[in-house]
Design a protein around this ligand. Sequence first.
Ligand SMILES: CC(C)(COP(=O)(O)OP(=O)(O)OC[C@H]1O[C@@H](n2cnc3c(N)ncnc32)[C@H](O)[C@@H]1OP(=O)(O)O)[C@@H](O)C(=O)NCCC(=O)NCCS
Length: 192
Amino acid sequence: MADVIIRQAVPEDTADIYEIEQICFPDPWSRDSIRYELEENERAFYLVAEHSGKVVGYMGLWWIMDEGHITNVAVRPGYRNRKIAEGIIRVMIEHTVGAGILHHTLEVRRDNQAAINLYEKFGFEVEGVREGYYQFDGQDALIMWRHATDEEIAALTPETAEETAEKTDNTGGYQPGKPLRKQMPKRHRSKK
Ligand SMILES: CC(C)(COP(=O)(O)OP(=O)(O)OC[C@H]1O[C@@H](n2cnc3c(N)ncnc32)[C@H](O)[C@@H]1OP(=O)(O)O)[C@@H](O)C(=O)NCCC(=O)NCCS
């Protein structure tokens, strides 16, 4: 992690994130989807990791009430096993829990042991399975959740705690209990 900076992504990062998507996933998001995330989606929050001025990894999240739905996490192959993903997730969790996101969730391929190990380090646990979820090969998705600890909740500022408790339906039609991705336009569906 030495010499790695983690910062919020800006629209100028679109090309780098798109390139990493193409390298890391068999069914990458389109450049326009990423641009939309960074420029227009008010519920999206993205971080990038930079090494010597080069974007080497990123992570995205959608903020829905007091839940954070992680869209993607990826690190360029030449930069893996240096705790870069771990650093990005740590910053993401600290920042978003501090802002009142108490529950984080994601979907991960059943055979992606590296990613599963990574998420487990942060307290994510498997709470469900979507069978045959990934269209290109029929692989199952594990649904993992992480819930804020009592210590994290106790550390929230009184204002944040109050806002979190009072959150109402500001989700633009999102229906809790229905798979999030099935409610998103196709170009926004995540492909992990
Ligand atoms: C998964 C991924 C993001 C990990 O990035 P990384 O920067 O290499 O990960 P880190 O060095 O921060 O590793 C942190 C932890 O993740 C787990 N991990 C990472 N790579 C692993 C591997 N090859 N095998 C097993 N566990 C692994 C370990 O628990 C590790 O902690 P440890 O070193 O104490 O054992 C990276 O491999 C990647 O981009 N993969 C392709 C995209 C992808 O699958 N993203 C996840 C979609 S759900």
